[in-house]
Write a protein that binds this ligand. Structure first.
Ligand code: ISL
Ligand code: CA
Length: 553
């Protein structure tokens, strides 16, 4: 089968299974819950689902710690359920991409367990294990991981061995230098592709190759050692190998999650000659409100800077690349109340305005579950309400180094915790939001009566239908996939406007991010208004958070 470009026409909805819908009332979402809502996704208009990990896992990092790649975490369901899900999605012309987490496994994976329990384990070289310094009293080097702790942990049952874990302790990094590891990964890929899966979202894929000197690095505020493990020396080779040996034989797509990425890297990874990945996520725009890419260090949001990051990537990949378009995922706080939107009075208007803005750029758009109804953060008041391992590691770090509390404020910790994205979907306003008939694993949104799917579907002016219309527009006008991108108001502090141009077609997107009326100075002669969130006849005045999409051909 040929590997085609269908990803360019994909409109992708991300599902975080734990928090989508619980059908057996254990407080955890499950695969049957997803199956029961496929008509809802069809109604929205998406044509692809990205499923966060459903593999068997001890759930230290909610499934991003996999103990068996060939089976399903029992509380989520069974392999049979997965087969039904694939079949039911395909019946509706919706593709499925799975999360592929292969930078690390869970420490409960049988390979790692064998390393712990068997001195001569043949799996020792599956992981990155090095002798500690000072007879094992100190780790092999000073690298730090992503969750606010050192990247090495003493290997249980050993005298002086340490294993590398760039994430939680229960997530030992795999040793990609070992060809056997790469063969294992290929087998996992083939297994799911043969079951009918259409592709993968490749978790932290730019970390899989590490510089092999394992020397201490210059200390950094965040991520000491990152120059040795981000975009390591053999990354391109590994990705190309997966492409040649697996992806090339299937009509599948890959999207890489790449942390701390540059345009140059992305061009290389997604270039047609290199054959590594189809597209990648970059996080420049979600880092606009922080410093150094550390989301807990608050930086005042600037719409100008936000627009500049989009402009940079739109232009940067104009000729030989393809963007991913997203404003939320399971690691980000909700976009409502962020990026100059308003959580209260103008929640609906501003969610639509932001939607219009990011959705019609060049690239493949993603919608994270709940985003389509303008879900706000659930309203955490205390860190003890949060389960996420990342938050607890940060709290521990702050308790250890008190000065950090001056840099990382409590409000920020609560507002930017990943768990904000993981609060259960509210399907209606019943006691547990229609998510479950018992108390869910994670705090329910305190605004469930106001923000829920049932209400959104009953109101023809809801955010849901705005997304539905945006999707229709994307499918209908070629200029959106093929056109160039021109920022029309790069200097404006509270309005975003851009033009997409292709042959004789022109599409103009205008989004106000202002709580006041704003004067609009653009020539819109000859254009038809395709979509707006206001009934406003004064073309040159924008209402608060007004969104407009114009078209001319
Ligand atoms: O969310 C982050 C910080 O708050 C990011 O640094 C995040 O850890 C990074 O983008 C990697 O994320 C991915 O891999 C992690 C997993 O916990 C995340 O959920 C996943 O998206 C480890 O597998
Ligand atoms: Ca359940």
């Amino acid at each position: 089968m040929k590997h085609t470009d269908w990803y360019k026409k994909a409109i992708i909805y991300q599902i975080y299974p734990r928090s989508f819908l619980d059908t057996n009332n254990d407080g955890l979402g499950d695969i049957p819950g997803i199956i029961s809502k496929l008509d809802y996704l069809k109604q929205l208009g998406v044509n692809c689902v990205w499923l966060s990990p459903i593999y068997d896992s001890p759930q230290e990092d909610n499934g991003y710690d996999i103990s068996n790649y060939y089976d399903v975490y029992p509380p989520f369901g069974t392999l049979e359920d997965m087969k039904v899900l694939i079949k039911e999605l395909h019946k509706r012309d919706i593709k499925l991409i799975m999360d592929l987490v292969v930078n690390h496994t869970s420490s409960e994976h049988k390979w790692f367990q064998d390393v712990i329990n068997n001195k001569d384990s043949k799996y020792k070289d599956y992981y990155i294990i090095r002798k500690g310094k000072k007879n094992g009293k100190k780790p092999p080097n000073n690298w730090s991981g992503f969750f606010g702790e050192g990247a090495w942990e003493k290997l249980p049952n050993s005298e002086d061995d340490y294993y590398l874990h760039l994430f939680a302790k229960g997530q030992p990094d795999l040793n990609w230098e070992n060809p056997k590891v790469r063969e294992e990964v290929k087998n996992i890929l083939r297994y799911w592709l043969d079951l009918g899966v259409d592709g993968f979202r490749c978790d932290v894929i730019n970390l899989i190759s590490k510089k092999q000197d394992f020397k201490s690095r210059h200390k950094k505020i965040a991520l000491t050692g990152s120059d040795a493990f981000i975009y390591g020396p053999r990354l391109d080779e590994y990705l190309h190998e997966l492409y040649e040996d697996v992806y090339a034989n299937y009509d599948c797509m890959t999207v890489g999650e790449t942390v701390f990425t540059t345009l140059k890297d992305v061009k290389r990874l997604t270039s047609k000659e290199h054959k590594e990945l189809d597209m990648v996520f970059n996080f420049d725009h979600t880092d606009v409100d922080d410093y150094f890419g550390i989301k807990y260090i608050a930086r005042k949001f600037s719409l100008k800077r936000f627009k500049r990051t989009f402009d940079y990537w739109q232009k940067g990949l104009e000729n030989d690349g393809w963007n991913t378009l997203f404003i939320e995922n399971h690691d980000q706080r909700r976009s409502v109340g962020r990026f100059a939107t308003d959580e209260n009075k103008y929640r609906i208007e501003s969610a639509k305005s932001l939607a219009g803005y990011y959705f019609l750029m060049r690239g493949t758009p993603f919608i994270y579950q709940g985003q389509e109804i303008g879900t706000a953060n659930p309203g955490f008041k205390d860190v003890n309400e949060i389960n996420d391992v990342e938050t607890h590691n940060i709290v521990r770090l702050i308790n250890k180094f008190k000065f950090l509390s001056l840099i990382i404020k409590k409000d920020r910790l609560l507002d930017y915790a990943r768990e904000n994205a993981r609060s259960p979907i509210c399907w209606d306003d019943s006691e547990y939001g229609g998510f479950s008939s018992c108390s869910p694993w994670c705090k329910l949104n305190s605004r469930k009566d106001e923000i829920n799917v049932d209400k959104a579907l009953k109101d023809k002016d809801s955010i849901f239908y705005y997304y539905q219309n945006l999707i229709k527009i994307r499918k209908q006008y070629e200029v959106i996939n093929n056109g160039t991108y021109i920022d029309l108001l790069p200097k404006h502090k509270s309005i975003a406007a851009y033009e997409r141009k292709y042959r004789n077609e022109s599409l103009i997107v205008i989004s106000s991010f202002s709580k006041k009326k704003e004067r609009l100075k653009l020539n819109l002669e000859g254009y038809n208004l395709l979509l707006t969130n206001y009934k406003n006849n004064a073309t040159n005045i924008l209402e608060p958070y007004e969104s407009r999409i114009y078209y001319k051909s």
